[in-house]
Design a protein around this ligand. Structure first.
Ligand SMILES: Cc1cc2nc3c(=O)[nH]c(=O)nc-3n(C[C@H](O)[C@H](O)[C@H](O)COP(=O)(O)OP(=O)(O)OC[C@H]3O[C@@H](n4cnc5c(N)ncnc54)[C@H](O)[C@@H]3O)c2cc1C
Ligand code: FES
Ligand code: FES
Length: 1288
């Protein structure tokens, strides 16, 4: 065999040849290294989609070009020979964007923008295969893309404009894209123009119509003609660590396998890629099998299907569809089940590259393929070369696996084909899966179930295979034996089957993977579903209607959203307009530059490790702290938590640094540790400041109360999961000067901290931020240590040093949202007036104090909810534990506090036997009342907002409908919940409520503004430009903003606390006002002249055309906050009580946002925050080892409240801070789920209060339903057993 040593492919239409590429390199490494930085690294493990690219290839046998989306972070560079790779840069640019890029930008589908190129490429790949997708297909193409900012709705809206069943009008080509007022989002039949559900609404809307660029699929980049003639040749590449071979036919592959028996085969690399990157597994020889036609062919035989082992999962899906049409209905049971099951296997991008063989050989216990392979009695064909001929041996799938991670292959054998037999008459096959997220997630438990019945419904044969119940997929032989010969459909038989299954799967309390009780209930739940589905399909008996309606899994319909928003009051030209994010087009085209996208500067030019730096190398102070000085850049003596930095390795490349890190051996002496809040309470482990808030006399209040209740509520941690991980570049300059580019929310403190760390004055450091790929509070203080550590390296080496944390590093090093425990006691009169509220809030703060004490204080300030309570006693306990140090997260302790107080309200109402809505309304603040921190409640509109939501959501009518639904469904229950919030806007520390800005006007009339805030996706810069444009009365496109930099603007506070627009907006406005005053005489003198002429005249008169603006929030004294933002939400959910699955059917959410600076951006903030809140309350669960890791509403209706007297709001243009408040309403979804659980419990004679710690994961929902199955499966803790993982 002769090998070519050159890799040849096309990239964005241009031929590329690389001599002997590194077999370890991924496509992502490569495209970024040559400056195509639009493709982003978000996770490196196929989980987020920000690295999505498209790969096109020509199939000579089918004479067909195929286009697939793929994760560049997992695709080996060496695998693209003969293919055409298209990155975001290849489809359009700001000057000539692709219609997808344009629509996503103009329809507000990009906030921080880090995820955006990935979304564009997923949709692009769909359109290249199918220019007329349905709305369902347009939505489904994003199942492998995560966005942490937008809440998805605007992205889906933009995508649906390409759908054939969408209402969009795409023909009107308008080169200028000039918005026309009040005509909706641009679709001819736009939902904002239509009244919701065709009911007349009195609300206005203010989205602009955009005549999008027409999408013409014939104008796409063509497949390079020379690649149509491409003849595959064997390839061989090597590095000093590994060899890469690419054979091009089976014979070559088997010869290579015989020559290198220990070689690993690589197909999609979705398993190998993870093993090599995260599990440190090394392979000396890799043989790529993705280009071997024999392994990708398939055949329909008379009695079954033969699939080439290295067909991709997506390809198998297509073939299965064909098979379902090809074979007779009774023959396709397995194919149908497999087809359904594969829809939920991973994501589009993963299914497009990962293969059958890869999944089978990887033999994961939660494989979605293997249970059905087993239950269908599939047969594998193993091949090897012996002498010169190919030898194949069939092996039944049941005998293939011989143990954990072991199978019966000889070292020279490969898996060549899989034969899946057709089902027979009387055979029924189904697949089930339960995961934390419905799509794109691994199974907790899955099943492939098959039975064969005779004509009397007696079972002749059964196969029950379950994933997630052991180290590998396992069958249930006892249950299978029991059921054979029994009559399917007899209730007694089902009962006995449940018993046997329960016996058969004895999981211990401390079982690997945890969730022992839940996993057992899922096994039985699936069997019960199967039981009744077969009864129905086989027509054995009539099912009772409440069972029949509960069958199948919860299905999501295509999501829809509406935004009913008021018109801003007249008078403004630019402020209030729904201008798209100013960087939107740069973000959708991949041209927006983030820190890691900045070109490599002359760095460390000799290969290898450059240095290791630890505490002793810090030239200045190694220790700092906002409240307590306990934060070390590098641990000096003791390590308090996993993830605490000990030192910094600087190397020529990230890869070398990471390899060097793996060689470092650290010996730890394990000291006693505290992980949970309960352990901290038990051991009295708190940080030494205990914030308190009190008013009145709580004891007296309790004495006067008719009812006194006590209880507790708990919430879990939440990972920020900003799409851009913490990134920093430090460039040393002459004279001890340093230039720092980082992804911080707080450039000023980065400057201060680095100055202290290096022991040099702050005036030597310029800290710059252009844009940040999401922050959510996680880059407020947590970016300091990282930038300071990198600065230490740059200080010693006198060279630029950069660092972008990998996702796993970022998660482990930086903290999260604090888990909370609230213990409460409340006293009420029999009329429902709350007289006294005693609350202790415990927050798991982790190994350093960070901002925990301030967060505890803020939480106390939110603990009154929206209610006037005359006597309160609130205390916050920041618990000192040995987990990573928790930090700010959108809402700053208030979401947790409000969750606790709303739980108290619901609990109290339930115990009093009254409706919680009644209790709320009786206790709402009234205008002029004081909060416990003595702030007067003014401009109070919450009760009206609350009423508005009730009205628009048809509160009473839907309550009745839900009751009816619940009585007609056995295993499906619905729940409804309403929830109000108030949120004080402003920093809790008065000195932070200030901002600076600098505005220059140049003689050509163009304006440059700078402010101290940071664009983290929230549209701050867009709003600042609008404010400047309005104030100076100049067109928006003449105003520009470059970056935030500490040498331009000082007096800057972190961009946090929903204060960015108010503080910086006023500062910009004030600077502009100064300039307006200076230009006034010229404007009056020259009324007909252009702005440029006016400015020029002023310049020649030596008028200062630059002004510094400053702002500090006035009247902060008694009032902590300048104003409150209020809102309410009403949510309806449906749960599956057999699995714990849920879906959000509809949310009506109303926010009082004052006179919005930009409605489109504010709606984006509302949606994004609410969806993030839902994540916190439902499926984002952080678990720790004891010794110390898309579900949006199907119908999402947003309203803004227009009744408030905006003139009285102490804010810029009477707008209101909106970045955080809607997040608090995320717990509304939890409360709706709780109502659904209550309905389920009622059926099981359990009327006790529902209480579990959020998030409401499927496990918690299922267990809380507390039916007979749960009771039967309950796994008790035995003496000495410890749980596998715990919630901190
Ligand atoms: C983000 C993500 C999400 C996922 N979600 C799911 C999920 O929901 N459900 C699920 O079931 N799986 C899931 N997976 C696992 C995924 O299905 C497997 O990683 C994939 O099927 C492996 O296929 P591959 O072609 O990429 O294998 P590779 O990584 O290329 O190879 C895997 C193994 O198969 C061997 N191999 C490949 N071809 C042959 C052959 N012809 N003969 C012998 N050995 C061979 C290789 O040597 C290697 O040992 C997920 C993976 C990722 C990364
Ligand atoms: S999927 Fe590739 S970076 Fe996240
Ligand atoms: S815009 Fe999607 S992650 Fe920020």
């Amino acid at each position: 065999m002769t090998f070519r040593n050159k890799l040849c492919f096309y990239l964005n239409g241009t031929s590329v040849e690389i001599d002997n590429p590194d077999p370890d390199a991924t496509l992502l490494n490569y495209v970024r290294s040559i400056g195509l930085t639009g493709t982003k690294l978000g996770c490196g493990e196929g989980g987020c989609g920000s690295c999505t690219i498209m790969i096109s290839s020509y199939d000579r046998t089918l004479d067909k070009i195929s286009h697939i989306s793929a994760n560049a972070c997992l695709t080996p560079l060496c695998s693209v020979d003969g293919k055409h790779v298209i990155t975001i840069e290849g489809i359009g640019n700001v000057k000539n964007p692709h219609p997808i890029q344009e629509r996503l930008a103009l329809l507000h589908g990009s906030q921080c923008g880090f995820c955006t190129p990935g979304f564009v490429m997923s949709l692009y790949s769909l359109l290249r295969n199918n220019p007329n997708p349905s709305e369902e297909e347009a939505e489904a193409c994003f199942d492998g893309n995560l966005c942490r900012c937008t809440g998805y709705r605007p992205i889906l809206d933009a995508a649906k404009t390409f759908a054939n069943n969408s209402c969009v009008e795409t023909d009107g080509l308008d080169e200028n894209h000039e918005p026309q007022e009040n005509l909706g989002c641009g679709k001819a039949d736009c939902c904002k123009l239509k009244n919701i559900d065709n009911a007349d609404t009195t609300f206005n809307h203010n989205f602009s119509q955009i005549n999008f660029k027409k999408y013409d699929s014939t104008q796409e980049l063509i497949f390079p003609p020379s690649l149509m003639k491409y003849v595959p040749e064997p390839l061989h590449f090597s590095s000093n660590k590994t060899k890469w071979f690419r054979p091009v036919n089976l014979n070559q592959l088997l010869s290579l396998k015989a020559e290198y028996p220990n070689a690993v085969l690589v197909s999609g690399n979705t398993r190998i890629g993870i093993e090599t990157k995260f599990e440190n597994i090394k392979y000396d020889v890799r043989i790529y099998v993705g280009d071997i036609p024999e392994l990708k062919s398939w055949e329909f035989k008379e009695d079954g299907l033969i699939l080439g082992a290295n067909m991709t999962i997506s390809h198998v899906q297509t073939v299965l569809k064909e098979a379902c049409n090809y074979y007779k209905p009774h023959q396709i049971q397995t194919f149908e089940a497999l087809s359904e099951s594969l829809k939920r296997l991973a994501t589009n991008q993963i299914r497009n590259i990962s293969t059958l063989a890869g999944n089978i050989i990887a033999n994961s216990s939660t494989s979605d393929l293997i249970p059905l392979i087993l239950s269908s009695k599939s047969i594998f064909s193993l091949s090897s070369i012996q002498s010169t001929s190919i030898k194949s041996r069939p092996i039944p799938s049941i005998s293939f696996w011989t143990g954990y991670n072991q199978d019966c292959r000889e070292s020279s054998e490969i898996l060549e084909k899989i034969y899946i037999p057709c089902s027979n008459h009387g055979q029924y096959v189904r697949a089930y899966k339960q995961s934390k997220r419905h799509y794109g997630d691994r199974a907790i438990v899955n099943a492939g179930l098959s039975i064969s019945l005779d004509h009397n419904a007696h079972v002749q044969e059964a196969c029950f295979a379950f994933g997630g119940m052991s180290g590998a997929v396992v069958r249930a032989p006892n249950s299978e034996n029991f059921i054979v010969g029994k009559k399917w459909g007899e209730e007694d038989v089902l009962k006995q089957l449940n018993e046997i299954l329960c016996e058969e799967f004895q999981l211990s309390f401390s079982v690997t993977g945890g969730m022992a009780t839940y996993r057992k209930t899922l096994v039985i739940g699936f069997i019960n579903k199967f039981w009744y589905e077969v009864i129905k399909s086989a027509n054995i008996t009539a099912l009772s209607p409440d069972i029949e309606t509960s069958l199948g899994e919860i299905k999501r319909s295509v999501s829809k959203g509406s935004q009913t928003i008021g018109r801003p009051e007249k008078g403004n030209k630019i402020v209030g307009k729904p201008i798209s994010h100013v960087s939107g087009m740069k973000q959708t085209t991949g041209e927006a530059v983030y820190v890691d996208d900045m070109p490599r500067i002359e760095a460390l030019n000799v290969p290898g490790v450059k240095g290791f730096f630890s505490a002793k190398d810090v030239p200045g102070k190694n220790c700092w702290g906002l409240v307590l000085p306990d934060e070390e850049i590098f641990a000096s003596k003791e390590v308090f938590f996993v993830g605490q930095a000990i030192g910094l390795i600087v190397a020529e490349t990230k890869k070398i640094a990471q390899e060097a890190k793996d060689l470092v051996k650290i010996e730890y002496e394990e000291l006693p540790h505290i992980i949970t809040i309960d352990e901290a309470i038990e051991q009295n482990s708190y940080y030494p400041v205990t914030p308190q808030l009190a008013r009145g006399d709580v004891e007296k209040g309790f004495q006067e109360s008719d009812y006194i209740f006590e209880g507790e509520a708990r919430s879990g941690a939440q990972e920020h999961f900003y799409m851009e991980t913490n990134t920093v570049l430090v460039i040393p300059k002459e004279d001890d000067e340093f230039e720092v580019h980082s992804s911080t929310q707080n450039p000023t403190s980065v400057q201060t901290r680095i100055a202290e760390t290096l022991g040099i004055p702050a005036n030597k450091i310029v800290s710059r931020v252009k844009r940040v790929g999401g922050g959510f509070g996680g880059k407020e203080t947590k970016s300091f240590n990282i930038s300071s550590a990198i600065a230490v390296g740059a200080w010693h080496l006198r060279k630029p040093v950069r660092c972008m944390l990998d996702r796993n590093e970022d998660i482990i090093i930086t903290g999260q949202r604090h888990p909370f425990l609230g213990r409460w006691k409340v006293g009420l009169t029999k009329e429902g007036k709350i007289l006294a509220y005693d609350l202790k809030l415990y927050l798991n703060s982790g190994g350093t104090s960070d901002m925990s004490i301030i967060i505890a204080n803020c939480a106390l300030q939110a603990s009154d909810g929206c209610y006037y309570i005359p006597n309160v006693q609130f205390v916050g306990y920041p618990c000192k534990t040995n987990i990573h140090s928790h930090t700010a997260f959108r809402g700053f302790g208030k979401p947790q506090a409000v969750f606790v107080t709303e739980s108290m309200m619901i609990d109290a109402a339930e115990r009093m036997g009254i409706d919680v809505d009644e209790l709320r309304e009786k206790n709402f603040y009234m205008e002029g009342q004081k909060t416990p921190y003595n702030q007067t409640v003014e401009n109070w509109c919450l009760p009206s907002v609350y009423q508005q939501v009730k009205e628009f959501s048809e509160f009473e009518k839907r309550k009745k409908e839900v009751e009816e639904f619940n009585s007609n469904n056995k295993w499906r229950k619905r729940g409804l919940a309403l929830m109000p919030i108030m949120f004080g806007i402003g920093f809790p520390l008065p000195f932070l409520n200030q901002a600076g800005a600098l505005v220059h006007i140049y003689t050509d009339g163009s304006v440059l503004i700078s402010h101290g805030g940071v664009e983290i996706g929230q549209g701050l810069n867009t709003k600042m430009l609008q404010i400047a444009s309005e104030a100076l009365d100049v067109p928006l496109n003449t105003v520009h903003l470059m970056e935030s930099a500490t040498n331009i603007v000082i007096n800057a506070s972190p961009t946090a606390g929903s204060t960015g627009s108010d503080l910086n907006g006023f500062a910009v406005h004030n600077a502009c006002k100064i300039l307006v005053e200076r230009l006034k005489p010229y404007r009056e003198k020259m009324p007909d002249k252009s702005f440029q002429e006016i400015v020029s005249a002023a310049y020649h008169d030596r008028v200062n055309l630059s002004a510094n603006g400053f702002y500090k929030t006035p009247d902060l004294g008694e009032n902590i906050f300048p104003y409150f933002t209020t809102g309410a939400a009403y949510t309806e959910v449906e749960i599956d009580t057999l699995t714990g699955d849920h879906t959000i059917l509809r949310t009506d959410l109303c926010m009082d946002i004052g006179r919005s600076l930009n409605y489109a951006i504010d709606v984006g903030q509302i949606e994004g925050a609410f969806i993030q809140g839902i994540g916190w309350c439902t499926n984002e669960e952080t678990l720790h080892f004891p010794n110390g890791s898309l579900d949006i509403p199907q119908d999402f209706r947003i309203y803004t409240y227009e009744g408030a007297k905006t003139s009285k709001i102490n804010s810029i243009h009477s707008s209101k801070g909106i970045g955080e408040p809607p997040l608090l309403l995320g717990s509304n979804v939890y409360f709706a789920i709780r109502e659904a659980i209550k309905a389920a419990r009622k059926c099981n004679d359990n009327n006790t209060p529902v209480a579990f710690r959020i998030p409401a994961t499927p496990e918690k929902i299922r267990i809380a339903c507390d039916d007979e199955i749960v009771r039967k499966c309950k796994t008790e803790k035995k003496d000495g057993e410890v749980p596998w993982v715990i919630e901190p």
